[in-house]
Design a protein around this ligand. Structure first.
Ligand SMILES: C[S@@+](CC[C@H](N)C(=O)[O-])C[C@H]1O[C@@H](n2cnc3c(N)ncnc32)[C@H](O)[C@@H]1O
Length: 81
């Protein structure tokens, strides 16, 4: 998957305030995502394009996960994660 230079710069600039800025939307959408995928618990969670790591940081959703891995193309997002 290609990430353009423009988007890379945008996410780099957004990273420090990303969670605060999008908090309500992010938590609502992430909870809906988990409702769809948690019927198949695996004990492991790989979040591709994890951004600031919000999915990996949702305690109730990760309780059955012994291994959490997040990858992202933007170092500034990973720095927050
Ligand atoms: C809208 S944010 C979503 C972040 C997170 N998944 C969330 O729900 O809060 C999109 C993320 O995808 C990452 N991304 C986009 N293209 C990517 C690629 N090719 N490889 C890895 N990460 C990528 C961006 O750096 C950015 O952090």
């Amino acid at each position: 998957m290609h990430l353009s230079m423009k988007l890379l710069k945008e996410y780099t600039a957004l990273a420090p305030t990303y969670d605060q800025r999008w908090s309500a939307y992010l938590h609502a959408s992430l909870r809906m995502t988990f409702e769809k995928i948690t019927d198949q618990p695996t004990g492991r969670l790989l979040d591709v394009a994890c951004g600031t790591g919000l999915i990996l940081d949702m305690p109730s959703e990760r309780s059955d996960c012994s291994e959490l891995v997040g990858i992202d193309k933007v170092p500034a997002m990973l720095a927050v994660a």
